[in-house]
Design a protein around this ligand. Structure first.
Ligand SMILES: CSC[C@H]1O[C@@H](n2cnc3c(O)ncnc32)[C@H](O)[C@@H]1O
Ligand SMILES: [Zn+2]
Length: 443
């Protein structure tokens, strides 16, 4: 099967950062096989031995699908449930009690809604941490999304697996079930330094290494976390993880807001990856991560939305805009994060952070076709001097017209193809009625 995506400005987001006006991308069996001027690629459809689907970008922007490097997809169920609170109060007083009511079925419904929202806003790959995570894997796989998934591990009993021992068994089973899957990667995901004992963290790290899997954890998200870890262990969360032997190039340290110079040196030394979630950090008033400094130090930073209860959407276009602007105002330097840098964080660097950069994150020959088309024939997209500027500062997810994942068209002309959007929305409306009837802390 061949696809020719033609008649648009191609942003490759590879090392050369090519911007090809009147360009086209040729795809065969899900692989990107040619990238060129549209006239030079016209011959691609002439070989009659294979059928070729032609997708006309109508002068829009053809670019890699976005990579959401940290989220809790099924938290769409809790969108708007508890707002305007600091993280610890939000989590312990509102979110954990609501999550105690979760079932696999609810998690699946929430994840399906998240996949609909992500596909419709141009995200082709997401990195998730949650409860009943096998349901998230199934949801992503069913609607054709690429995902890194991991069951959360922590010291207290889980509504899914009960005692921690069963949690490790659950992760092992997931690894066996999804081994060699083209879309799903299973990660090991202890929740945070303040919810996991050192033994849990070390065991999780060993398991991740054994399977060459990503290890994902929330780190240094709030000052209260730093204080707790300092009181308990006499060091910062990053130093605590370093002393446990957990820092490594397969570790994705989500948030990483309150890092000292020494912590940052540790990240650099061990090639730790960071998932930056500016909107969640702003909403929960957690602080501002030193992202420009991390990037200057060669630390790989991806961009994430975090869950819908602390954002409250999964739109990576809005996240890029926020990331670029937050660091400009915080440092009072308009060059702190440029549009190109924000877009790299949301594409190739996110893919690198997840260990998926040989597969996705850029439009390059040999990679799988995770590609989106952004409509530029809209009042807020005109005139078009600089496509990077438009993608980061003008566009939103609703400007994405077509989404292709692993060579499969999952949304065309804003119509979802791989799922029934109405049914998915209705399921969550019904679920929310039950959730609000049981809500432990009503506003
Ligand atoms: C059980 S899976 C993940 C766990 O983390 C909670 N969570 C959501 N957002 C955050 C955040 O920003 N920091 C820490 N923990 C968070 C989520 O509700 C789940 O319980
Ligand atoms: Zn999170």
């Amino acid at each position: 099967m061949k696809i020719l995506i033609t008649n648009g400005t191609v942003l490759t987001m590879d090392r050369a950062m090519r911007c090809i006006k009147d360009g086209a991308v040729a795809v065969e069996n899900g692989n990107i096989v040619k990238i060129d001027n549209k006239d030079r690629l016209a011959g691609f459809i002439e070989d009659e031995s294979a059928t070729c689907q032609i997708i006309d970008a109508k002068g829009g922007i053809i670019m890699p699908g976005l990579v959401n490097s940290h989220t809790h997809a099924s938290m769409t169920l809790f969108r708007g449930l508890a707002d305007d609170l600091p993280l610890m109060e939000w989590l312990t007083q509102h979110i954990f009690p609501a999550e105690a009511l979760l079932t696999g079925e609810l998690v699946h419904k929430g994840a399906m809604l998240a996949c609909a929202e992500m596909i419709m806003s141009g995200t082709t790959c997401f990195c998730d941490m949650y409860l009943f995570e096998n349901e998230v894997a199934k949801a992503a796989s069913n609607c054709g999304m690429r995902a890194v998934v991991g069951e959360v591990l922590y010291d207290f009993p889980s509504p899914n697996y009960g005692a921690l021992e069963n949690g490790f068994e659950y992760v092992n089973n997931m690894m066996a079930q999804w081994r060699d899957d083209p879309l799903i990667t299973v990660a090991v995901e202890p929740h945070a330094t303040y919810t996991c004992a050192p033994e849990l963290l070390q065991r999780a790290s060993i398991l991740a290494r054994e399977h060459n899997a990503p290890l994902i954890i929330h780190v240094a998200e709030t000052l209260s976390e730093s204080e707790q870890i300092n009181e308990k262990y006499g060091k910062s969360p990053a130093a605590f993880l370093a002393d446990l032997g957990i820092l490594s190039s397969n570790l994705i340290a989500c948030h990483s807001i309150h890092l000292s110079k020494e912590d940052m040196e540790l990240y650099k030394k061990y090639d730790v990856k960071v998932a930056h979630c500016p909107e969640s950090n702003m909403k929960l008033a957690s602080g501002v991560a030193k992202i420009p400094e991390m990037i200057d130090n060669g630390i790989c930073v991806g961009l994430g939305t975090d869950g819908c209860a602390s954002n409250n959407d999964l739109d990576m276009f809005l996240e890029m805009d926020t990331a670029a602007k937050l660091h400009k105002v915080f440092t009072m330097n308009p060059e702190a994060i440029s549009a190109e840098t924000a877009l790299k964080m949301a594409t190739i660097n996110g893919a690198k952070a997840l260990g998926l950069d040989t597969i996705t994150g850029s439009i390059e020959v040999g990679k799988r076709a995770d590609i989106i088309i952004v409509d530029s024939d809209r009042p807020h997209m005109i005139p078009l001097y600089n496509p990077y500027s438009h993608i980061v500062y003008s566009a939103t997810g609703s400007d994405v017209s077509t989404t292709i994942i692993d060579g499969r068209v999952v949304m065309k002309n804003r119509k979802l193809i791989s799922m029934n959007a109405e049914a998915v929305m209705d399921d969550v409306i019904q679920a929310a009625i039950k959730i609000s009837q049981n809500d432990v802390k009503k506003p």
